[in-house]
Design a protein around this ligand. Structure first.
Ligand SMILES: C[S@@+](CC[C@H](N)C(=O)[O-])C[C@H]1O[C@@H](n2cnc3c(N)ncnc32)[C@H](O)[C@@H]1O
Length: 267
């Protein structure tokens, strides 16, 4: 698959966001994103947590066991890779796939710093995974599939790489009704909002790829304040005063939420 303009936009945005997060590391232990995502204890992995851009915690309550192979789609700076490796132990394997060079380098550094030698971070697209057929026990992903310009391809790839009976746990942003100006905003795409689909479309996409027992197990509905944090301080491209922006955020609070999807591949 060729790299699309959307991939290039997302790559540039995440390289910049990572740089900003790393520059802030000296003064903050964990980023607002990591706090929003509901991780309880990330102190041990403060560098990875400080550069986390997740919207949920796909590993919380997931049944990853010692010896499992776990694949993280869009692994970013690697917080979930580290937490997965703690669960698989040295007899398991953890694979991260990401397309942004800076994120791959950060994840490799964080894995080495934490002393894991069973974390393999691969450069690639989640629409065309550099992973063998039927080779993983768990697919996890945190706030990534919304960014893909071809979600059916991602769902097919998840199904392809899972062993029969394997499980997935995916946290991602889903949306209700959003106005055209948000849908058309490149900044809102990179902020995980403009490219997001509805919860029903997400569930159907996973089922269409042959996955079963597909369900939403958790939801975090964003209020206006959290929506502002996600969309950043200003809404680029809109020449609006603070009051108007606040009114817009109030109007669309409740239309954007993080959902945790789980399910499995049939035996
Ligand atoms: C919102 S960040 C989430 C990172 C990480 N999962 C976390 O929780 O911190 C999105 C990540 O997905 C990667 N990404 C986005 N679209 C991708 C694609 N189509 N293929 C591979 N990686 C992608 C970006 O490079 C970035 O590292």
């Amino acid at each position: 698959m060729k790299t699309t303009a959307t991939h290039d936009l997302v790559k540039d945005s995440y390289a910049d966001m990572l740089k900003d997060a790393q520059e802030k590391q000296s003064c903050c232990a964990s980023s607002p994103a990591a706090r929003l995502a509901g991780y309880e204890d990330t102190e041990k992995h403060s560098e990875a947590a400080g550069a986390s851009f997740g919207c949920g915690n796909p590993l919380a309550f997931a049944g990853v066991k010692a010896g499992d192979t776990v694949l993280d789609l869009g692994s970013g700076a690697g917080l979930d890779l580290l937490l997965a490796a703690e669960r698989t132990g040295p007899s398991g394997q953890v694979i991260g796939v990401d397309m942004t060079d800076e994120m791959i380098a950060a994840a490799q550094q964080n894995a080495a710093r934490a002393g894991f030698d069973n974390i393999d971070v691969r450069r690639g697209l989640i629409e065309d995974l550099p992973v063998q057929d039927a080779s993983v026990d768990w697919v996890i992903s945190n706030c990534v599939i919304n960014l893909s310009p071809d979600k059916p391809a991602v769902f097919r790839e998840i199904s392809r790489v899972m062993k029969p009976g394997a499980h997935f746990s995916i946290s991602d942003i889903v949306v209700g009704e959003l106005p055209g100006w948000i849908r058309e905003s490149a900044a809102a795409w990179s902020a995980c909002v403009a490219g997001a689909i509805s919860e029903e479309a997400y569930l159907q996409g996973l089922r269409d790829a042959g996955l079963v027992d597909v369900a939403v197990t958790e939801r975090l509905v964003y209020d206006a304040c959290q929506l502002r944090a996600i969309l950043s301080e200003d809404i680029p491209g809109l020449d609006l005063g603070c009051d108007q922006i606040e009114a817009l955020l109030q109007e669309y609070s409740g239309e954007v939420w993080s959902a945790k999807f789980s399910g499995r591949k049939p035996d």
